[in-house]
Design a binder for this molecule. Structure first.
Ligand code: NDP
Length: 328
């Protein structure tokens, strides 16, 4: 019989976990021929809630779900993992300074990075969803001794999908007509959704929109602040679309991007496009056989340059804070 793909999920009893786990177990990530073992991590107080989630997974009688692990020990959760979703993180609370937020997450992602390097498969595909995702990935990499830094990525795919949906609505087309979308930089309000290189029916989306002021003053902020708009409308954060984007990210990373298109992924910078080496920043990436490459050779115009630089500067300042705190 086929060995199951071992998929670890941290923060498994949270809101995103509740949307994500059922789709993983139903085979939406790797298709109907791949059995799945779910390795679910929670903090000790949430193990009871996690038991309830596991009971519901049982009750779905998913044909592909061959095994479930429930634990509060990261090394157990990451044991032989092929794929890891880092969902659990410390959310920003009212009045919290950024340094406090980064320190709290250092306490989570430092030990989890070490456990990942120790216990997961060396060619693991790991995605950080929990915020601040880019810098949490940087912290995890800082303690992931011996692990190839290319194995850990951060999620900007929800921003990417939002950027496509907003553009499609503006142009009266479908998301299928849009290719080469890029989110540059940090998963934060400084992110830059790039319509210059994005294509609609083979033509630059920037030109197809034909209204620079709308792009600068409406489109970019709408994409960047969509999460807050959903909290406002729903009274709860965007967990289902975040889980969907996490599946999109890992599926495309493992299965490869189509010819003539690319996706946005937070990856360790090699200095491309002036983004300082070592930062975990979002770039246009192509993927193949579980590996990613930053798309090279794009011309960066005067509209894009300061926006890419501003988000890179924010990431550099988060890295500096994390360094000062001794987390990397
Ligand atoms: P969610 O499942 O809603 O969110 C988890 C993380 O994802 C948060 O950092 C959140 O950031 C981020 N996130 C939420 N929405 C989006 C989005 N639309 N796009 C990108 N990122 C998003 O949080 P819950 O509080 O429901 O669940 C968290 C769970 O994690 C809890 O059960 C907690 O016990 C657990 N946890 C587990 C740990 C562990 O396994 N060791 C460690 C820490 C927590 P933001 O706050 O910015 O929305």
């Amino acid at each position: 019989s086929t060995q199951p793909v071992r998929i670890a999920v941290t923060g498994a009893a949270g809101q995103i976990g509740y949307s994500l786990l059922f789709r993983l177990a139903s085979g939406e990530l790797l298709g109907p021929d791949t059995p799945v073992a779910l390795q679910m991590l929670e903090v000790t107080p949430a193990l009871g809630a996690l038991e309830g989630v596991a009971m519901e997974l049982d009750d779905c009688a998913f044909p592909l779900l061959t095994e479930m692990v429930r634990t509060d020990d990261a090394e157990v959760a990451f044991g032989d993992a092929d794929i890891v979703f880092f969902v659990g993180a410390m959310p920003r609370k009212a009045g919290m300074e950024r340094a406090d937020l980064l320190e709290a997450n250092g306490g989570i992602f430092g030990p989890q990075g070490a456990a990942l390097a120790k216990a997961a498969k060396p060619d693991v595909n790991a995605l950080v969803v929990g915020n601040p995702a880019n810098t949490n990935a940087l912290i995890a990499l800082g303690s992931a001794e011996g692990l190839d830094p290319r194995r850990v990525t951060a999620m900007t795919r929800l921003d990417h999908n939002r950027a496509k949906a907003q553009l499609a609505a503006r142009l009266g087309v479908t998301v299928n007509d849009i290719t080469k979308m890029t989110i540059w930089g940090n998963h934060s309000t400084t992110q830059y959704p790039d319509l210059v290189h994005c294509e609609v029916g083979g033509r630059s989306a920037f030109d197809a929109v034909g209204d620079e002021a709308w792009i600068a003053d409406t489109y970019i902020p709408t994409v960047a602040k969509r999460g807050a708009a959903i909290i406002e409308a729903r009274g709860a954060s965007s967990a289902a679309s975040a889980a969907n984007a996490a599946i999109d990210h890992v599926r495309d990373w493992v299965k490869g991007t189509p010819e003539g298109d690319w996706v946005s992924m937070g990856v360790v910078s090699d200095g491309s496009y002036g983004v300082p080496e070592g930062l975990v920043s979002s770039f246009p990436c192509t993927t193949r056989d579980g590996e990613w490459e930053i798309v090279q050779g794009l011309d960066i115009d005067d509209f894009s340059r300061p926006r890419i630089d501003a988000s890179a500067e924010e990431l550099a300042s988060e890295r500096d804070t994390v360094r000062e705190l001794g987390l990397i």
